[in-house]
Design a protein around this ligand. Structure first.
Ligand SMILES: [Zn+2]
Length: 263
């Protein structure tokens, strides 16, 4: 932990005070079997486990955004909706924000829920928020804000949850960014940390068309060739949707572009 503190660069110093709060919040929200297991540990065992440097090798970016940051992103989105933003613009990011008014009802409802305070008791409570989370991270700026918060949650503060983190995320194309811009936005935050602290895995979703799968592998490979911190490609999504065998040729392609793959 002291190693992390010593090596923290000036950019990361800026908001390090907020991390203590989030770490406490995360710990206090542990429930069910996990809470019972935790309660069975002695103080000595707890402090030993906390002090161990840990490697998190598969953290879902959109699934790890702290709730307070989702609320803040929702606030940003509402603040730039047409009633609150009188600036006429051709900027695609702002244009995207303006589309809040035309979002499907279930996404708008989730956003309202996030703003007014949401209770997450069951795992499905969280999954139902995903369409809204995607809407909240649909511009490079909002995606960077979310990524930065996730990295801080895992790596910073007096009791970091991990000493090394591999964030995985599926490149998403939106009206405000291409899939390459998506990966670049995430990488720009990941690379604020040292190579032995944080790295990126590009995920392929089984539901993607072959053209998109090829595009994602190309993005991962070309960025890696440029020396950017992409360390792997993985396959995600519902295993019942399509067979993994369809993806074999993309795994060969990954090997060709010098990237490891996991399924
Ligand atoms: Zn996963």
């Amino acid at each position: 932990m002291s190693r992390l503190t010593e090596t923290r660069n000036s950019n990361r110093e800026v908001n390090s005070t907020s991390v203590q709060t989030t770490t406490t919040t995360t710990t206090s929200s542990i429930a069910g079997y996990a809470a019972r297991a935790l309660a069975s540990l002695t103080e000595l065992q707890l402090s030993f486990i906390k002090a161990l440097p840990k490697a998190e090798l598969h953290a879902h970016l959109n699934g790890s955004i702290p709730l307070r940051v989702l609320r803040s992103l929702a606030q940003d989105l509402f603040n730039t909706s047409p009633e609150n933003d009188s600036t006429p613009t051709n900027d695609p990011c702002l244009a995207q924000n303006h589309r809040i008014q035309t979002l499907p009802a279930h996404i708008a409802a989730s956003l309202e829920k996030l703003q007014s305070g949401v209770e997450l008791n069951e795992i499905h409570d969280f999954f139902s928020l995903f369409p809204a989370i995607y809407a909240l991270t649909s511009t490079p700026k909002s995606l960077q804000k979310a990524t930065r918060a996730v990295l801080r949650e895992f790596l910073d503060g007096p009791e970091p949850q991990a000493a090394y983190l591999e964030l995985r995320t599926t490149p998403r194309e939106t009206p405000a960014m291409s899939r390459r811009s998506y990966v670049l936005a995430v990488l720009s935050e990941v690379e604020r940390y040292r190579a032995d602290e944080a790295a990126l895995i590009v995920s392929l979703d089984r539901r993607m068309e072959d053209r998109v799968l090829g595009e994602c592998v190309e993005i991962a490979g070309s960025l890696r060739a440029e020396g950017r911190r992409v360390v792997g490609v993985d396959v995600c999504g519902d295993p019942l949707v399509r067979s993994c065998s369809r993806l074999v040729r993309f795994f060969f392609l990954m090997t060709f572009v010098g990237i490891g793959g996991r399924c």
